[in-house]
Design a protein around this ligand. Structure first.
Ligand SMILES: [Zn+2]
Length: 446
């Protein structure tokens, strides 16, 4: 008998983690951190299974809501192998060390909510986790003591995979986070026809259609030009994995195509994003025909000394810094400096969870608190959520249609708010075949 338990991303977006158990094996697919004020308490809950009894873990991709609790698992006794793609391994290394460091630093941070006033894990736990990584190639079948797994491209970030698991002759597919069917530099998700008994599928944008990338980019260029024309600077809070590289690629191309005038400098002020950009640059898995300098251009500077940047005066420049939701990191110093001046602009290019400073800015706050100080918001705040790295309704359907409907027994929808999953079920007429499990619900796959 095979069972699956939905430990996270069930009727919510973050905390992806699924416990699969058969008579012989027990393993996790993803081990993500919960993010956002309504669910982050769950990161501190004790396990209702023994991590030491798990045989192995499979990881779809390196975003923190998919890997962020791996060191907690190790801290509580897990010692098995962690399978992930080569590229995911390279970026997860940086992300886990950074996650531990953020927790250690944030104990002193003013925006640290009391509920987070203890460490989930530290740098030692993160290092022990990294030592358990077993990188594999895309599309290789790996036999783990009788469970056959295969990582196929998901097109969502460098290394991101959907995972096929064959357990006791049943085929279970985990979509992971799916990217968009067209992308300027990532290979899109695999569309080869497949058979599966069960599919566990993200549905973040069920019922929603993204605007065309060209439209988002045109708006982005217009905003930057407007801000530069009034001698302001552009601040972009960005996630280190995928969004930063997407923005650098866009800026380079827009400047080369003369769609942005007088760009004085682009300052990448995030040590994590710098490291991950280097992994992207060196990855042989990117489409080589695009050349190897995808993210390099004359005005780009990797900032080593943030104090120098905070002290210096400039115009017509862009600062990209983390964290992506403005919850900590170097972005806070820049917001403190640039928010009070109406010539400046803050361009929000990624999802902002409830309760974060990024969400506060997006919802039009007239002043915000940074490092216990009230800061007036006079800079222009604009959102460009069209940069999303997630499949929209059309792409989700495209991916799902690769499976032979005759053999598919159930689709489990995850990684979305209930409203989005309902929209997906309605639009695709999946009432009898799709189901959105509750948090911690356990289901027998028969
Ligand atoms: Zn992701």
């Amino acid at each position: 008998m095979i069972k699956i338990k939905f430990l996270g991303a069930a009727r919510t977006v973050t905390g992806s983690s699924y416990l699969v158990s058969s008579d012989k094996k027990k393993f996790l697919v993803d081990c993500g951190m919960f993010q956002g004020i309504d669910v982050e308490e769950r990161n501190y809950l004790p396990y209702d299974f023994n991590p030491a009894e798990l045989d192995f873990v499979l990881i779809t991709h390196a975003h923190i809501d998919h890997i962020g609790l791996l060191p907690k698992l190790v801290k509580h006794g897990f010692r098995g192998p962690i399978y992930l793609t080569n590229e995911t391994s390279a970026v997860a290394y940086h992300l886990l060390l950074d996650s531990a460091k953020i927790q250690e630093n944030n104990l002193r941070d003013s925006r640290w909510r009391p509920s987070r006033g203890k460490l989930i894990y530290d740098t030692t736990d993160a290092l022990e986790t990294i030592a358990l990584f077993r990188p594999v190639k895309f599309d290789d079948e790996v036999n783990i003591d009788g469970v056959v797994v295969k990582f196929e491209r998901a097109g969502h970030a460098l290394g991101a995979a959907s995972i096929m698991c064959k357990v006791d002759s049943k085929i279970i597919y985990f979509s992971g986070d799916l990217g968009r069917s067209e992308h300027p530099f990532l290979q899109p998700f695999d569309l080869a026809p497949r058979n599966a008994d069960f599919v566990i599928m993200e549905s973040l944008y069920g019922g929603i259609y993204h605007e065309q990338r060209a439209e988002t980019i045109a708006k982005f260029e217009r905003s930057i030009n407007d801000i530069f024309n009034r001698n302001g600077n552009v601040i972009i809070p960005a996630f280190a994995l995928q969004r930063t590289q997407e923005i650098l690629y866009t800026l380079k191309k827009s400047y080369q195509d003369k769609q942005i005038n007088k760009l004085e400098g682009v300052n990448l002020d995030s040590p994590l994003a710098q490291k991950i950009t280097e992994v992207y640059t060196h990855s042989i898995f990117l489409n080589n025909s695009l050349g190897k300098d995808l993210f390099e251009f004359e005005q780009l500077r990797f900032i080593r000394n943030p104090k120098k940047l905070t002290r210096s005066k400039f115009e017509s420049s862009i600062i990209i810094a983390g964290s992506g939701m403005c919850e900590g990191g170097r972005i806070l110093g820049h917001l403190n400096k640039y928010l009070p001046d109406p010539r400046n602009g803050v361009l929000i290019v990624g999802f902002q969870a409830e309760g974060t400073l990024g969400r506060e800015l997006l919802s039009g706050a007239k002043s915000v608190t940074i490092n216990k100080k009230s800061v007036p918001v006079r800079a222009e705040i604009e959102d460009f959520l069209g940069f999303s790295a997630h499949a929209d309704h059309k792409d989700l359907t495209l991916w799902l249609n690769r499976f032979d409907k005759k053999n598919l027994r159930k689709i489990f929808l995850v990684h979305a708010e209930t409203e989005r999953m309902d929209a997906f079920i309605d639009k695709e007429n999946l009432k009898n075949s799709a189901y959105a499990p509750e948090w911690k619900e356990e289901i027998v796959l028969d």
